[in-house]
Design a protein around this ligand. Sequence first.
Ligand SMILES: [Fe+2]
Length: 312
Amino acid sequence: MTLVGAFACSHAALMVTRREACDAALQQQVYAAFTQVGERIAELEADVVVVFGTDHGRNFTLEHVPAFTIGIGAVAHGMGDGGLPQIDFPVDQPLAAEMLTGALAADVDLAFSEDMKIDHSFVTPLMLAFSGPRPTVVPVTQNCAIPPRPTMARSFYVGRTLGQIAAASGRRVAVIGTGGLSHWVGSQERRDFMNRPPGTRIGELSQYPVTIADTGSINQDFDRELLSLGEQGRWEEVLRWSPESIESSAGNGAQEIRNWIAAAGFADGAPLKSFVYTPVPEWLTGTAVAEFDLSGQEHSSAAAQPEAAGAR
Ligand SMILES: [Fe+2]
């Protein structure tokens, strides 16, 4: 097994651009947790970091919305959205190609890009975790933003399949899933528009831009339930959550917990250890940073039976 570390975290460009808007003590806790992720990955001597993140409609708009896309070019280009700097990260191309072809051979049809652009979903945690040399990555986007999205069970299955391929690669691999937790992105009108039936939106997309509020709602109960189930390795219960129930209780932004689920699958259902959780209304999201505990094999039954959960 060459999976040496696994992590999950929230992301928001506002963590950087509105850093000081957050209560100082909380902000320090969150930043310290991201630093801890980078230090752990260095300590574990990972060769490469596989990152599951969201494409927020900047690469893939309604013209073409792939469920899962892997970056296989030499570089992942941080696009500089949300006020973040444009930062490039080197890609482990042999591993990325191996993951792509291995996934296809396992009937998991990934889209791929030889010129991958990554947005704040990737750049925020990588910036905060790595203040020194930039890590080598393999970026994988999920469609968490535009309905209809992949099921939670599918995210787990795709993550698990990629984790098995990466683990057999001989590399020392770490994984990060970045997104959520509870938050509501854009106005009610924008959210209603995006929830229109597929095929009815593209002509009016420009009429419903995303607007960012000064503060946002957060459902701490939802966030703490997710973390609690994760800490118990009870991922099979999370896989049963429907997109509708997630959105009604925790907002459209909570659909990004698919990236946590993909990382959980990559880590074969390992339980979480949370570094920090705090609601930060100024960053518009329930903010968490966690590591998966790879020390034991007391994983959930979902890891053993993804097919039974309808995961393919
Ligand atoms: Fe996001």
